[in-house]
Ligand binder design. Structure first.
Ligand SMILES: *Cc1c(COP(=O)(O)O)cnc(C)c1O
Length: 417
């Protein structure tokens, strides 16, 4: 029987050059060279779909939402709530009211600490986080501990930048009320086994919060599959605007939490004697929200979903492998973060060169990377280094970008040799 010759592997449908066309800023020439943007873990660039959505909103729909009876207010409200439904689908939340718009990931974590935390975490209770958290998932818990007398416990990490699982299991116990863990570490690139972490927390009756600020734009996230109680993400890394973020919370958790901030929109009625609060999600969205930001983020998520995050993840995996190879071939370069499950982050030090000097020399070649502690000072302490240089990938990066980084690093070697 003759069969049509089937391709052995499906060709990647991800067309990076077409994607790049959608990001006007990538056409910039910096220091006489085409911009090579490898600082995506700090913030990503914006596609035309987002820029257009923002312009469209301000030119055709701008009005305040939720209280207006006029046409513009109704269309603005509809667009804002449509963005919430897009975010719900993006994270696979059960219902739109489980998605709260925040300013960023940081605000989402602070919200949980000051509402869920103030209500359910008391003296001698414990909060367990990992040694690779961003400051955003450390400091809110330290503040809560100061306020309540609760105790913060930290899961150590290995030389490869992986969690020491036996220690994790030992630290989570009857006193634990919340477990917080980063999904994808912004300074090491480690992808943590978050479903397993959530299961561990639940086994001991604790809630689980996952910091997805770095993860959500690199691979698909399904909050129902993870079964986490809370998940945070940030718009400006999801190819959306700054000033807008997402907090997912299970409805029963959010229902049970007191409001975060007081003001307009979060109330159902106000008298000087007694104020009653609005229902979800509005209870947590006091004041006029970042309407344009939410709509812009909705456009970003629609764009990203259209490309397919599975496709994006596969493409970026290949690029990371290539980047790892290139960096390992440069003498004196040592990667920080060599976990078996990694994504998108190439953190490194270079023998005899301070990370800040690497950044400066690389910048002279038009290549944007970041140097510093990346808001994870405890990770730097763990590895006994002041800082790393970090190249962080996004879906519009290419092998040519990595080659440009490699060449710039060779130049840095020569300058400081
Ligand atoms: C960027 C980042 C944050 C903070 O995001 P904001 O937008 O600044 O709130 C938190 N955690 C991780 C892992 C990050 O990469």
């Amino acid at each position: 029987m003759s069969q049509p010759s089937a391709p052995t592997a499906a060709p990647s449908r991800f067309d990076v050059h077409r994607v790049r066309q959608e990001f006007p800023i990538l056409g910039l020439v910096i220091r006489d060279r085409q911009l090579v943007y490898l600082d995506n873990a700090a913030t990503t660039q914006k596609p035309r779909a987002v820029l257009d959505a923002l312009t469209r909103y301000y030119t055709k729909h701008n009005a305040n939402i939720h209280r207006g009876v006029h046409y513009l207010s109704e269309t603005a409200t509809e667009a804002y709530e449509a963005a919430r439904r897009t975010a719900q689908q993006f994270l696979n939340a059960r219902e739109p009211r489980e998605v709260i718009f925040t300013r960023n990931a940081t605000e989402g974590i602070n919200l949980v600490a000051q509402t869920f935390g103030r209500r359910h975490i008391g003296e001698r209770d414990e909060i367990v986080i990992t040694g690779m958290e961003h400051h955003s998932n450390i400091v809110p818990w330290q503040l809560l501990c100061e306020q309540t007398g609760a105790r913060l416990r930290v899961v150590p990490i290995t030389d490869d930048g992986e969690l020491v699982w036996e220690e994790f299991e030992r630290l989570v116990g009857a006193r634990t009320k919340l477990v917080g863990a980063v999904h994808l570490s912004n300074s090491l690139g480690t992808v943590n086994p978050v479903a397993r972490i959530v299961e561990l927390a639940h086994r001991h009756g604790a809630a689980a919060l996952i910091d997805g600020a770095q993860a959500a734009y690199h691979f698909p996230v399904d909050v129902q599959a993870l079964d986490c109680d809370f998940y945070v993400a940030t718009g400006h890394k999801l190819y959306g605007p700054t000033g807008i973020g997402l907090l997912y919370g299970k409805a029963e958790r959010l229902e049970d939490m007191p409001p975060y901030q007081g003001g307009g929109d979060m109330i159902s009625s106000v008298t000087f004697e007694k104020t009653t609060y609005n229902e979800l999600p509005h209870k947590f969205e006091a004041g006029t929200p970042h309407i344009a930001g939410a709509i812009g983020l909705g456009a970003a998520l629609t764009y990203l979903t259209g490309l397919g995050l599975d496709q994006v993840a596969a493409y970026e995996r290949e690029l990371l492998a290539y980047g790892t190879e290139v960096l390992q071939q440069i003498s004196g370069v040592r990667l920080i973060g060599t976990a078996s499950e990694k994504a998108s982050i190439l953190s490194f030090v270079m023998e005899g060169v301070h990370p800040h000097d690497i950044g400066t020399v690389v910048d002279q070649s038009g290549v944007a990377i970041r140097t510093g502690h990346h808001c994870t000072q405890p990770v730097m302490d763990r590895f006994g280094i002041p800082a790393t240089a970090r190249a962080s990938l996004a879906m519009y990066n290419t092998r040519e970008d990595i080659d440009a980084l490699g060449a710039a690093l060779e130049r840095a070697r020569e300058v400081f040799a």
